[in-house]
Design a protein around this ligand. Structure first.
Ligand code: ATP
Length: 371
């Protein structure tokens, strides 16, 4: 963290926002770096008090979007409003937002209390008030005992809590979080996901969170915004995004799935059947409008494939991997191979001929995507 990123003025008035307020609006925002269109015509409303996650693969533009909201970058086009106020040209310290980065870079020479109170001191808040607010936030973060320690005397998880405390003690209207759990190990990351959810619920501040980890996004978010190549691909609640992805890209990115090419053979309302070649014909719901004869992509989740031994079947188990409570199986079927999750102990060794049945209720059919 550079000194310009440190939490300084203004100290927002805090308190819970009225439900239904819009905390942040992006309208037709665009940002180009040379030849790269990092953010391409993004429009988005973030509701006050919401936990919103920007999710997507590396390079999709999520960090740039966050930096534009934070004021670390300025858009080439479009408007950004925070609390209905246009913040064009305003530097980070004038915006009622605070940011927690993956590299949280606490001040090594200051103890935890001084690290957390730094922004308040800078803002000229009275010493007793600082002490009270720092104590309160340390309680909330469940680190009341580490106040006198220096950052190097803390675990990674504790350092992350101090970084969060330092940002939240300023009572920002919006907290921006850029992959804040990225440097923690798996177990600690899982624990911190629940912690972040609790903290969000207790403080009622709007959280805008950036991650490429779909599991993290699913666990914590009220709403997920999936980005791809600088654009919003889909936004919605975690279940909606998982159950009703609108594109093969989203289906593939959120949770494991098999994306198989085929040709539409019949259409009835929003239901269609698709010929998948050696995998046979499957039925499912259309994510986009398609006609008979169109090429399509079909998303089949590994959990929705049933596998039965059948010596007469053409599909052959290629590989099996134990994943926690189930076995993930790669199955060859003609030119195609699909992954299926089956319960442990089914005794399906590589080389076994199997029949595949797919739960058509859960299949999604998309138009073929650009390469
Ligand atoms: P990651 O998860 O890897 O951080 P991201 O989705 O956050 O990726 P961004 O960091 O927003 O993606 O980058 C979007 C695109 O803009 C990328 O192609 C990136 O290389 C480019 N980019 C970002 N910042 C700059 C910069 N300061 N100068 C030049 N190009 C940049």
């Amino acid at each position: 963290m550079t000194s310009s990123d440190a939490p300084v003025l203004p100290v927002a008035d805090g308190g819970r926002a009225a439900v239904g307020d819009t905390a942040v609006t992006l309208e037709g925002v665009r940002k180009r770096y040379g030849d790269v269109l990092a953010v391409d015509d993004v429009s988005l409303d973030v509701r006050a008090g919401e936990f919103l996650t920007l999710l997507g693969p590396s390079g999709c533009g999520k960090t740039t979007t966050l930096r534009l909201i934070g004021g670390f970058e300025q858009p080439d086009r479009g408007a950004i409003r925070i609390d209905a106020r246009d913040v064009a040209g305003e530097p980070p310290y004038r915006r009622p937002v605070n940011t927690v980065f993956q590299q949280y870079a606490l001040f090594p020479h200051l103890d935890v209390r001084r690290n957390i109170g730094y922004g308040l001191r800078h803002a000229g808040v009275d010493g007793r008030e600082i002490a009270r607010r720092v104590s309160d936030i340390m309680e909330l973060m469940q680190i009341p005992e580490v106040g006198d320690r220096r950052p190097r005397q803390l675990s990674g998880g504790q350092q992350q809590r101090v970084a969060l405390a330092r940002a939240l003690v300023m009572e920002p209207r919006v907290l921006l979080l850029d992959e804040p759990l990225g440097s923690l190990d798996y177990k600690l990351r899982k624990d911190m996901q629940f912690e972040l959810k609790r903290i969000h619920r207790e403080v009622g501040v709007t959280f805008i969170y950036v991650t490429h980890d779909q599991e993290e996004a699913m666990t914590m978010s009220d709403r997920i915004v999936v980005m791809n190549r600088g654009r919003i691909e889909q936004q919605g609640g975690p279940e909606e995004i998982f159950d009703r992805p609108r594109t093969a890209f989203v289906a593939d990115f959120i949770g494991d799935t098999n994306v198989v090419d085929g040709v539409v053979t019949s259409v009835e309302g929003d239901h269609a059947t698709v010929d998948l070649g050696a995998l046979g014909t499957v039925g499912g719901s259309l994510a986009t409008s398609l006609g008979v004869g169109d090429t399509a992509q079909v998303s089949i989740r590994p959990n929705d494939v049933r596998v039965e031994v059948d010596a007469a079947a053409a599909a052959i188990v290629e590989e099996t991997v134990l994943v926690g409570g189930h076995v993930a199986m790669k199955i060859a079927c003609g030119e195609t191979s699909v992954t299926a999750n089956v319960p442990r102990g089914k005794g399906l060794e590589p080389g076994t001929a199997v029949r595949l049945d797919v739960d058509s209720e859960r299949i999604r059919i998309f138009a073929r995507e650009r390469a």
